[in-house]
Design a protein around this ligand. Structure first.
Ligand SMILES: [Zn+2]
Length: 161
């Protein structure tokens, strides 16, 4: 199942960082299957976030563990060009924080999904938690709740997996 128009796909592919990656596709397929409608690589926001769900006023940022320096086993250290990598990672991490702050300042909830949380037996649990949070936040909005601070949920690899 393809949940993107060719134009959306092109926009995604032309991003400098994190193309149309497998973890992102996994998240989008699940959301679509659960009836969520969303925009991908949304240009209206800094960093063109992966998934933007208006109904839950939520932005989902799927982060690759290597590129975005998650403190997990997948964030390996290359043997060569260490200085080059360190600078690149530092830029990525700073950009992640800057983008996330901008989204939250604009009143958007944020869910950070790490790539490692979408592998193996952990994946199903991660996707369920993601959908549960969205349903809860959308219901909150529907009930007219006004939040001073947007929600934030970070999904790393589950402990029990
Ligand atoms: Zn990780």
């Amino acid at each position: 199942m393809d949940t993107m128009t060719p134009e959306q796909r092109h926009r995604c592919m032309s991003r400098i960082h994190g193309r149309d990656t497998l973890p992102e596709i996994r998240v989008r397929k699940r959301l679509f299957a659960e009836g969520w409608r969303f925009r991908v690589c949304d240009r209206r926001f800094p960093g063109r976030p992966d998934v933007v769900l208006a109904k839950a006023r939520t932005i989902i940022d799927v982060r690759g563990c290597f590129w975005h320096r998650h403190g997990c086993a997948a964030a390996t250290m290359p043997k060569t060009n260490v200085a080059f990598w360190m600078e690149k990672w530092s830029k990525n991490v700073k950009r992640d924080h800057r983008n996330e702050k901008a989204w939250r300042d604009a009143g958007w909830n944020v869910i950070v999904v790490w790539e490692c949380a979408l592998t193996g037996r952990c994946a199903e649990r991660t996707l369920s938690r993601l959908c549960d949070a969205l349903a809860k936040w959308a219901a909150e909005r529907e009930a007219g709740a006004r939040r001073r601070t947007p929600h934030r949920l970070e999904l790393p690899r589950c402990r029990a997996a």
